[in-house]
Design a protein around this ligand. Structure first.
Ligand code: G3P
Ligand code: MG
Length: 240
């Protein structure tokens, strides 16, 4: 029995415009176990979904999200005629599905003042506490989340090596580590993290050979642009 969770990175972003409702719905339709997505705050305090701090790369507009109102942002095309979604739209879609929702707070470049508090309020509003894991490259922010509510699950993102990651995560009170997958490709590292009681969700794994290796190593979740490929890999390993 393979228990590795299949988490769609920015939705099914390998085939549909990233971080759009289309990409989220396609991920759910093909049977992903969860969705990873990225959060920012508009000028008028609305949490919206986009990877970058600006809308230049992913829409037909330009400029910083923090300088637009939500209403203004909805005028832009995020691909296939899709709009930049609000967190409300995604949560409304997810609220009756028992799937994982990984909300990455994009507060490592712009320190959006109320992103933690506002995200937690949305989690309560939609009754999604048991489904959500909040993550960030900003580990101070994850400690702030725990101060507001210690029962909200948190994950520490990192893209370069850290010393004793399992012990570190435990010490600062996180539930999970979310490493760049190449940083945990050995059994000793995985075992060390698990010994500390910390979950491991790796990003971003788009090749089947790496998916197989990471499943074999026993990671808890794989974040991928191609949940269809990961589904294939899991099904084939299950058939054996
Ligand atoms: O949460 C995993 C992954 O999304 C972190 O990196 O830059 O794709 O948001 P990024
Ligand atoms: Mg992300």
């Amino acid at each position: 029995m393979i228990r590795t969770l299949n988490i769609a990175h920015r939705g099914f972003s390998g085939m549909y415009p990233e971080n759009t409702m289309e990409a989220f719905k396609k991920a759910v339709e093909i049977g992903s176990d969860g969705i990873e997505t990225d959060l920012h705050i508009t000028k008028d305090g609305v949490i919206v979904i986009c990877h970058d701090e600006t809308i230049d790369r992913t829409t037909d507009g330009s400029g910083f999200i923090k300088d637009y109102t939500y209403r203004e942002l909805t005028e832009f095309n995020a691909g296939h005629g899709e709009k930049i979604p609000s967190l409300d739209e995604l949560m409304d879609y997810m609220k009756d599905k028992n799937l994982l929702l990984n909300l990455e707070l994009k507060n490592d470049v712009i320190p959006y003042e109320n992103l933690e508090r506002s995200t937690i309020d949305k989690i309560y509003e939609y009754g999604l506490k048991k489904n959500v894991i909040v993550s960030s490259f900003n580990h101070n922010s994850m400690q702030k989340v725990k101060k507001y509510d210690s029962s909200i699950k948190t994950g520490l993102l990192y893209g370069s090596p850290i010393h004793n990651p399992g012990e570190y995560a435990k010490r600062i009170g996180a539930d999970a580590l979310h490493p760049l997958f190449s940083l945990v490709m050995d059994k000793a590292t995985i075992n060390d993290i698990k010994r500390n009681g910390i979950l491991i969700n790796v990003y971003t794994v788009n090749e089947k050979s790496y998916m197989k290796k990471l499943i074999d190593l026993g990671v808890d979740g794989i974040i991928t642009n191609y949940p269809n490929l990961l589904k294939d890999v899991i099904e084939k390993l299950t058939d054996k």
